[in-house]
Design a protein around this ligand. Structure first.
Ligand SMILES: O=c1[nH]c(=O)n([C@H]2C[C@H](O)[C@@H](COP(=O)(O)O)O2)cc1CO
Length: 139
């Protein structure tokens, strides 16, 4: 099962280490095509290329993927775009959101929850193994 992981890059890297820990768990289920999203910034810079090349490569990986897992707590235009494209390609999508006082998840994400192909989960990090098992164990 090929997994496309989405997480903020230019939208802000405050959750980068958390992405890395989620990606590590995802790799027990199959290859994560976008594991660079969890790399520390110096490594990320090395693989950053021209924006057209990044977009072309990521869209190819997204189309090729079987499921999409997105950490959506840190808002990111790129992640929102990837999720929209994944919906259009009828991918199964899991969006993970850590509720924070004074902030809220976009209705364009929370409102897309359909209990089947588009799942939005409010979570704390300790719950990640169980959530992934429930979502990916049934794929
Ligand atoms: O260098 C990059 N490499 C890359 O793969 N992306 C993709 C993967 C991430 O899930 C998403 C992050 O978008 P943004 O940079 O707008 O936060 O876009 C985004 C960038 C930079 O925009």
């Amino acid at each position: 099962m090929k997994i496309y992981f989405c997480g903020s890059i230019r939208g802000g890297r405050c959750d980068a280490e958390l992405y890395g820990r989620i990606i590590e768990q995802l790799q027990a289920y199959g290859p994560v095509l976008t594991e660079h999203v969890g790399f520390k910034d110096p490594i990320l810079k090395d693989i950053e290329g021209d924006d057209v090349a990044i977009h072309t490569q990521d869209m190819a990986w997204l189309e090729e993927s079987d499921v999409v897992v997105a950490e959506v707590t840190q808002p990111s235009l790129g992640v929102g775009y990837e999720i929209g494209r994944a919906v259009a390609w009828k991918k199964r999508i899991l969006c993970l959101y850590r509720p924070t006082e004074g902030k809220g998840l976009s209705a364009m994400i929370r409102g897309a929850h359909d209990c089947k192909n588009f799942i939005v989960k409010d979570y704390q990090e300790a719950e990640v193994p169980g959530i992934l098992k429930e979502f990916l164990g049934s794929s």
